[in-house]
Design a protein around this ligand. Structure first.
Ligand SMILES: Nc1ncnc2c1ncn2[C@@H]1O[C@H](COP(=O)(O)OP(=O)(O)O)[C@@H](O)[C@H]1O
Ligand SMILES: [Mg+2]
Length: 254
């Protein structure tokens, strides 16, 4: 393989869908969506409420089965794979609504994310010290290391989102999909999340961020897909997206 300079390098796909479709009753939540997200980039998926972002996300990560169409992860067909198998293939994810274990401590939540062999192992404290150290380092990175002994249910919503992000990162996924990481999070924590995403991207992690917060997406993302009614209506850089009349219409009804 010949080495390419950044100016001539052609971005390759990390995730491609072909006519992906999922309906709920009569609602076409995702409607023949064919999109590509790029390896090594911070990708964004935006769209008005109800445009199918979460359903798309759930189809791609195996949480729900699409009705038709296909999903390729690095060129490999993962359509209808079980979520754990997709995770093992390198796709880490977070949820729009937090999924932490409310009665476990923050540190315990981080440790279960790396899948101890059995719950007994975990309760018996058999995690290698390095795993615990890594968990603490990750908590420091997301800014909640001072809360390691607090129960997750006692954290603010924003702190729980940070915990969920931290636990998603514990398995070092090369590709991370985040569903509304900034939803319900206060501005200073949003800034922290943005900085962290950029740092991790610099270190080689590819992101796909599903967000309602246009400012965050425009600031962070190299490559943006805009959904409306379950399908892409625009694709490109922030500049391209922001001046696209179809995007303005979908958001503002102008
Ligand atoms: N489990 C479900 N059952 C029925 N309708 C659903 C379900 N999930 C999503 N929908 C509908 O599908 C559409 C897309 O929803 P969603 O994917 O959550 O959009 P977004 O994440 O962009 O806000 C909406 O009309 C929503 O009401
Ligand atoms: Mg959603």
């Amino acid at each position: 393989m010949t080495e390419q300079t950044p100016t001539t390098a052609v971005a390759t796909s990390i995730l491609t869908t072909d006519r992906l479709t999922k309906s709920f009753g009569g609602v076409h939540a995702v409607n023949e969506a064919s999109v590509t997200f790029l390896d090594g980039k911070i990708n964004g998926l935006i769209g008005p409420n109800g445009s199918g972002k979460t359903t798309f996300f759930n189809c791609v990560t195996g949480m729900i089965k699409p009705d038709s169409g296909s999903v390729q992860l690095r060129g490999r067909d993962i359509t209808r794979w079980a979520p754990h198998k997709i995770a093992r293939a390198g796709l880490g994810r977070s949820f729009q609504l937090c999924r932490t274990f409310p009665r476990m401590t923050v540190l315990e939540n981080m440790l279960v994310a790396v899948q101890p062999h059995t719950l007994g192992d975990y309760l018996g404290g058999s995690h290698a010290p390095s795993t615990v150290e890594r968990a603490r380092a990750m908590l420091a990175r997301v800014g909640i290391d001072h809360l390691e002994n607090a129960e997750a249910r006692d954290l603010s919503y924003g702190q729980q989102k940070l915990l969920e992000l931290g636990s998603t990162l514990m398995s070092d996924p090369p590709f991370v999909m985040l569903d509304e990481p900034a939803g319900g999070v206060n501005p200073s924590l949003i800034e922290r999340i943005a900085v962290l995403i950029r740092e991790l991207n610099d270190e080689g992690t590819t992101f796909l961020i599903v967000e309602h917060n246009m400012d965050l997406i425009m600031k962070l993302c190299d490559h943006i897909v805009v959904f409306d009614r379950g399908a892409p209506i625009a694709t490109g850089t922030a500049d391209v997206i922001q001046s696209d009349p179809r995007v303005l219409e979908a958001y503002l009804g102008v």
